[in-house]
Every structure is written in C-alpha cells, then in structure tokens.
Ligand binder design. Structure first.
Ligand SMILES: N[C@@H](CCC(=O)N[C@@H](CS)C(=O)NCC(=O)O)C(=O)O
Length: 211
C-alpha cells in the first residue's frame, strides 16, 4: 500500500502536511475529501479522523495519524532528512511558537464548521462570515509581522533552511490569498512567504496548483 494523505485542495492544514512530505521528498497519494460537500462526515472517513477534518496521514503499514502539527513532527522524527525542526530545545520551542500562531490561535476560528455554525446558529450572512474570517487571518498576519520584525528571517524563520515554522507561515499566507487579503501591510510576513513559495516543495503544495 502506498502512503496516503487525505486532504482537500484549499485546506491550510492539508497544505502543511503536503509541504512537509514534499520537502522530505516522500512519495504519497493524495485522496481528496471534499470538506465543502460534507465528505469529512462519511463513516469511512470517520475511521481515519474522528474529528471529521483533514488531513489524515495513512502510512504504508496502515498507521494513521491526524493533526497537521503532530503529523509534521512525526515525519521529521521518522524521516529526519532534511530536518524540519532545529537541533536545540530553545529553537524547537521557538519553531512551535511560530507554528501555533496559525495552528492554534487563528486557523481554528475560520474552518468550515465554524463558518457554518456562525451562519446556522447566529444568522450570519456570507459577507459577515467572510469579514470574520478575514479579521482572524489579519490578526495572525499582524502577530507574525511583529515576531518577524523582532527576529528577522535569515532567510527562513529559523535560519538557512525551511522548517515547520515556515510551512505554517506559508499556509497562513495561502489562506490570506484565498480570502483576497492584501499582504503589503505585513512586509516581513509577505517576504518570508514569497521566499517559501519560490521553492517547488511549497509551490506544488499550494491550493492554486491543486484546484
Ligand atoms: N488542527 C487541525 C485542523 C484540522 C481542520 O480543521 N481542517 C479543516 C480544513 S483546513 C477541516 O477539515 N475542516 C472541516 C470542517 O470544518 O468541517 C490540523 O491542524 O490538522
């Protein structure tokens, strides 16, 4: 059996795993789960991710894992080259700090189930929901900008090679693009994400190449 990544083309969390697999040059087959059509609730998919969300990674022997950050760290431990995490505890902690701005603080506020709940339970129309999403993406970009000003990328967030922090930042930039946000007020964030997308492993994981 080939390694399989269950994902969706415009999913930021799927982007993260796709980019990590690409950076490590690991082969995989992507299985599309259309989260806008509700396929994440199919009982067959629930066996893979009880949270009804993508991504889910299924290794060749059937080992299954969910949560993009856990998947990226697992891949980094099992397939260490090239490394996606730095080699000191302090640098690893900083990499996770950057990653969690989007993984924990902003992305969960804009996933389809939250947008649907805003519409169905609180009567928010499409424009209001879009404003909500754009607000939280902007908050994330603002935080990234301040962090990257304090510690400028060289040229990646933690040094001269891309890692988990860069993947998460690039994914956040992809979501900003999908929701037509202007990145120019966040020049350090914009420059870092553009640098990431100049690399095929990132570019080939981008939603626009999968739609
Ligand atoms: N924290 C999870 C987030 C997973 C997640 O919410 N994925 C979104 C797509 S980016 C999803 O499948 N949402 C389905 C829904 O909200 O109904 C991760 O990083 O893997």
């Amino acid at each position: 059996m080939t390694r399989r990544m269950y994902g969706f083309w415009r999913s930021i969390a799927s982007f993260r795993v796709r980019a990590a697999l690409n950076l490590k040059n690991l082969g995989y087959e992507e299985v599309s789960v259309d989260i806008l059509q509700g396929e994440q609730f199919d009982s067959s998919f629930e066996q893979l991710n009880t949270a009804h969300a993508v991504p889910a990674l299924v290794e060749e022997d059937g080992f299954t894992l969910t949560q993009s950050l856990a998947i990226m760290e697992y891949l980094d431990e099992v397939y260490p080259e090239p490394p996606l995490m730095p080699d000191t505890a302090r640098e690893r902690a900083y990499a996770r700090t950057l990653a969690l701005v989007t993984v924990a603080d902003t992305h969960p506020l804009m996933v389809p189930r939250v947008r649907k709940h805003l519409a169905q339970e609180f009567g928010a129309d499409e424009e209001t929901v879009t404003r909500w999403v754009r607000h939280w993406i902007g908050e994330g970009m603002g935080d990234y900008e301040r962090m990257l000003k304090q510690r400028p990328p060289q040229p990646f967030a933690l040094g001269n090679s891309p890692g988990i922090a860069d993947i998460c930042i690039a994914g956040h930039a992809m979501s900003a693009e999908l929701f037509s946000l202007d990145l120019s007020p966040y020049p350090s964030f914009k420059a870092l994400s553009e640098h990431c997308f100049s690399i095929p492993a990132f570019r080939n994981a981008h939603a626009r190449n999968l739609a």
